[in-house]
Design a protein around this ligand. Structure first.
Ligand code: SAM
Length: 271
């Protein structure tokens, strides 16, 4: 998010070295989305992960997978992403932290996930599902790799409605220049339910992020400018200041709604 131009192989990575450096300067080491570990803990609130297996779908540079490994005492975390630079960065961070035996990172092209059915107790994802336009396929695939009785706990960037995006939203998505496939809470919940998830729920986080984003823009223009420019160059920072200004409009209107999502895969036993 923020930054430039998914997938491994033929296409150039969207989250390349410059994007990683820029987003880490803004959001913290290993984080390519806002809110840091506190927001991750909020997504995971109330879930017991000790001894459990976790998939971090769209793990990016690995900060979240490492935070989960350090904080929740899981049996193992697998971070999955479709882009090589972020996975390389994540693997190096896991090795440096001495966590390579608990956290593994897997890169493979978009499409069927390289995991067997019924593999994980928890599927976590933070602000990555936006890159998969086919939500019905996505939730079917996440359901497939969850064990019976497993949980989905995620955050993502949604659009508030199913209609034509406003001109402001079109301008914001164009400014990002990323492969966004945004959909409404209604579509997410329908896709989750169609996949088989029960107790599917969505919590709108617009009120939180619209204020956090305002602070991010202020820092980009002020206290963070020199550090970010030293990391990626002034033109790159200026482009992102324009992107953040465009994003603030659709956060303030409520059309852009970061959202927390929960769902469960039934355990198959009779109630
Ligand atoms: C905004 S970043 C978030 C990364 C990480 N979850 C975090 O919060 O720091 C979005 C991530 O989704 C990944 N992504 C893009 N398309 C994907 C796909 N089809 N399947 C899984 N991940 C994808 C990107 O490579 C990127 O690492």
């Amino acid at each position: 998010m923020g930054s430039a131009g998914s997938g491994m192989g033929e296409r150039e990575p969207e989250y390349d070295e410059a994007a990683i450096r820029f987003l880490e300067a803004l959001w913290g080491e290993g984080y390519l989305s806002p809110g840091g570990s506190a927001e991750v803990d909020r997504v995971l609130m109330g879930l017991a992960l000790k001894g459990r297996t976790v998939l971090d779908f769209g793990c990016g540079a690995g900060g979240i997978s490492l935070h989960i490994a350090r904080t929740y005492d899981p049996a193992g975390v697998v971070g999955y992403d479709v882009e090589q630079p972020v996975v390389d960065r994540a693997r190096a961070a896991a090795a440096a932290a001495g966590l390579a035996s608990v956290v593994q990172f897997v890169a493979s092209p978009p499409g069927r996930l390289p995991f067997n059915d019924d593999s994980f107790d928890l599927v976590f994802s933070k602000d990555a599902m936006i890159h998969v336009a086919d939500k019905e396929w996505l939730f079917g695939e996440l359901y497939r790799v969850l064990k019976p009785g497993g949980r989905l706990a995620a955050s993502d960037w949604l659009i508030a409605h199913d209609g034509e995006p406003s001109d402001d939203m079109k301008a914001y998505v164009a400014a990002e220049g990323l492969s966004f496939g945004m959909a409404s809470p209604r579509r997410y919940l329908a896709a989750m339910t169609a996949a088989g998830f029960v107790d599917a729920s969505a919590e709108n986080r617009n009120a939180w992020y619209r204020e956090v984003a305002r602070g991010e823009l202020e820092r980009l223009r002020g206290s963070l400018y020199a550090e970010a420019a030293a990391a990626v160059g002034e033109a790159y920072v200026e482009k992102n200041i324009r992107t953040w200004a465009a994003m603030q409009k659709v956060l303030d209107s409520g059309e852009h709604c970061p959202t927390h999502l929960r769902g469960s895969k039934p355990n198959g036993r009779a109630p």
